[in-house]
Write a protein that binds this ligand. Structure first.
Ligand SMILES: Nc1ncnc2c1ncn2[C@@H]1O[C@H](COP(=O)(O)OP(=O)(O)OP(=O)(O)O)[C@@H](O)[C@H]1O
Ligand SMILES: [Mg+2]
Length: 234
């Protein structure tokens, strides 16, 4: 796609869940350069989350080759599913310490504060209770927790589907900026083509197959592709 280093590469992969006869993913190839946002758009059950899990190394394909980065972070639509801290500071610090990073208390707090600043949250958020944040703020904290570990690959599975329209726009604009600033590769999984409009590249997946791949403006202008994949046009 570009001359930049590739953080993720899949070549002709096939995946079937154990005990099932039909493959959930068929002959999928894609590459993701650093600093690039790739949206995978598909309807319910099309195979998006399965593809994300393969890219995170949580599932292994039966056929094909995968090249994965050393450090990947994953975010879902409901960050509370995976959050372990009580406060914002605890949550972000935990993720950093979990990677084996050791630092003095003050340096740790400075790193956490810096990470919050990157996603547009002030130091006032440090001591806040995660349960008292708005959905959008909580997703930004989850993003800060993910990015504090400096992953090469960030996988976002329906990251704004539970947010109101204003928070969606905020979170998406922060993601767009950080992908470029931090040169992280972003694999974004969604059923909503509006969410994918800001991506560098988009692929449409249906019944485990890639139907189209290209710049979002081109891919989403092909009404026959959207129709075949059962996706709502813009
Ligand atoms: N653990 C599992 N075991 C067996 N089949 C599964 C498992 N997880 C998902 N599937 C099946 O694999 C197919 C793809 O599911 P997947 O969750 O990857 O799709 P998706 O595009 O993320 O869907 P959604 O829009 O609902 O999130 C579906 O038919 C689903 O029922
Ligand atoms: Mg899914």
């Amino acid at each position: 796609m570009t001359g930049r280093p590739v953080v993720l590469a899949l070549k002709e992969i096939w995946f079937t869940y154990p005990g099932r006869s039909l493959p959930v993913l068929q002959d999928i190839s894609l590459t993701l350069p650093e600093g690039t946002w790739l949206s995978v758009v598909g309807g319910n059950g099309s195979g998006k989350s399965t593809l994300g899990k393969l890219c995170a190394g949580l599932l292994v394909p039966q056929r094909g080759a995968v090249r994965l980065p050393l450090r990947t972070e994953w975010l879902s639509s409901n960050p509370l599913d995976t959050m372990v801290g009580a406060t914002v500071e605890e949550e972000v610090a935990f993720n950093l310490l979990h990677t084996g990073c050791r630092m003095a208390e003050r340096a740790l707090q400075a790193r956490v504060t810096e990470s919050l600043r990157e996603v547009g949250l002030s130091g006032d958020f440090l001591k806040k209770d995660l349960l008292k944040l708005s959905g959008g703020e909580r997703q930004l904290v989850a993003l800060a927790s993910a990015l504090v570990t400096r992953p090469q690959l960030l996988i976002l599975d329906e990251p704004v589907s539970m947010l109101d329209e204003g928070s969606r726009a905020t979170v998406l604009s922060v993601i767009t900026r950080l992908v470029k600033e931090l040169k992280v590769g972003l694999l974004h999984l969604t059923h909503d083509i509006a969410e994918a409009a800001g991506a560098d590249m988009a692929v449409v997946v249906h019944k485990g197959r890639l139907l189209a791949c290209g710049p979002p403006g081109t891919v989403f202008a092909a009404s026959h592709v959207l129709q075949a994949a059962g996706l709502e046009p813009l």
